[in-house]
Design a binder for this molecule. Structure first.
Ligand code: SF4
Length: 383
């Protein structure tokens, strides 16, 4: 039987960061309690309508800023999940938290309720960079919060970091990584800052008030990250994610391996039985429907063979295990397997092909997107 996960989206933040396009609303503390009530309703209604023939082994509470939840909020969510789903196989229960917004007592109490992994959004350990991104915590908050989490007994902690921030030099980034590694987190995510449409950062860049770093600087930081973290014994198990031995994020692996997951909360995306669904990105509409005991507005898409193939290539190429050629033959056909193999050979040293798998080589990592686009054209259908 397959394994899968549950994702819960908490759409509240203290402030909105200038680069963020996640669905999250600032200054809405008063909305949290009524939201939790309706979230629990959604869990109940959706559980009745979903057929699950897989084991739930991960829960991930993301956002937004889930560390804004009180103990009783989390207790209500856990109780709703517990009443409606079988959690006997649960291995990993992650909560996202922002430094300075997760006090020690809350950490201890969340742990007592079953949370066993924290994902901290440090993003930078440089005050100017944090201010630029309109993050309101300080580097000192990050270090203190991390140490508190250890004291509270968490032995599985991720730290999210961002590079390619305007004004950030390779020196600043490397110093940040040195400090992060000295904390010995089990997991580090390092993403390049992307300029998403509809964000204040996008408008600043468009109007020339902010200049993003040249792509070579970004590339230098990406390469430095791989070399540095690998030397420090972190395994790059996904193109932007590193971990100590056996500390991969099981929940994110569900996404990358196309395992099923149910999602709850506004803007949350779920995947079950080759159907992808996503809830409305509008808290008012979400609340209105659930106040009437209806599911929130959502859209869904039944995946075609082509969609499935594209997703498989896009996700598999990013993870350490790579694209499995036998799976391509079994799930699609032998012609597609041969086609993708031919294309992979054309990429030379950018890919390695062995033990039935196509993987990105160190050289190919910076051009992963280009390679993905090319390999995704390998599908041969019978009609
Ligand atoms: S804290 Fe995270 S979710 Fe909230 S606005 Fe900032 S980046 Fe977005």
């Amino acid at each position: 039987m397959k394994n899968g996960g549950i994702y819960i989206h908490i759409p509240f933040c203290t402030e909105k960061c200038i680069y963020c396009d996640f669905y999250s609303l600032p200054n809405q503390e008063q909305s949290i309690k009524p939201f939790i009530k309706n979230l629990c309703k959604e869990i109940l209604i959706r559980s009745k309508k979903s057929t699950i023939d897989w084991k739930i082994d991960t829960i991930f509470i993301g956002g937004g800023t889930p560390s804004l939840l009180s103990e009783s909020d989390l207790e209500n969510i856990i109780s709703a999940i517990n009443k409606n789903f079988n959690l006997n196989d649960l291995k990993e229960f992650t909560i996202e938290a922002n430094p300075g917004e997760f006090d020690y007592n809350k950490m201890v109490n969340f742990k007592l309720m079953g949370v066993n992994r924290i994902s901290f959004g440090f993003q930078s350990l440089n005050l100017d960079m944090l201010k630029f991104m309109s993050r309101w915590h300080t580097p000192e908050d990050s270090i203190r919060t991390f140490k508190n989490a250890r004291k509270a007994g968490y032995s599985n902690i991720n730290i999210d970091m961002i590079f390619g921030i305007p004004g950030q030099t390779l020196d600043v980034w490397s110093n940040n990584l040195e400090t992060i590694v000295s904390l010995e987190p089990e997991h580090i995510s390092a993403y390049s800052l992307t300029v998403e449409k509809q964000t204040p950062l996008y408008h600043l860049v468009q109007s020339d008030r902010v200049k993003m770093p040249h792509e070579n600087i970004d590339l230098d930081m990406f390469n430095f990250t791989i070399d540095f973290l690998t030397e420090k014994k972190y395994s790059q198990y996904e193109i932007s994610n590193y971990c100590k031995s056996k500390r991969e994020c099981l929940h994110n692996l569900h996404y990358w391996k196309r395992n099923p997951y149910l999602s709850f909360g506004p803007s949350a995306h779920g995947f079950n039985k080759n159907i992808r669904y996503w809830n409305t990105r509008d808290l008012n509409s979400y609340m209105k429907n659930l106040n009437k005991n209806n599911l929130p507005d959502s859209e869904s898409e039944t995946l075609t063979q082509e969609n499935i193939f594209n997703e498989l290539i896009l996700n598999s190429i990013r993870i350490k295990s790579g694209i499995n050629l036998t799976q391509i033959k079994n799930d699609f056909n032998i012609e597609t397997q041969q086609n993708i193999l031919n294309k992979a050979n054309e990429w030379g040293e950018n890919l390695t092909i062995k033990s039935d798998c196509i993987k990105l080589s160190r050289k190919g990592m910076p051009i992963a997107d280009e390679i993905t686009l090319d390999l995704a054209t390998s599908l041969i259908t019978s009609n």
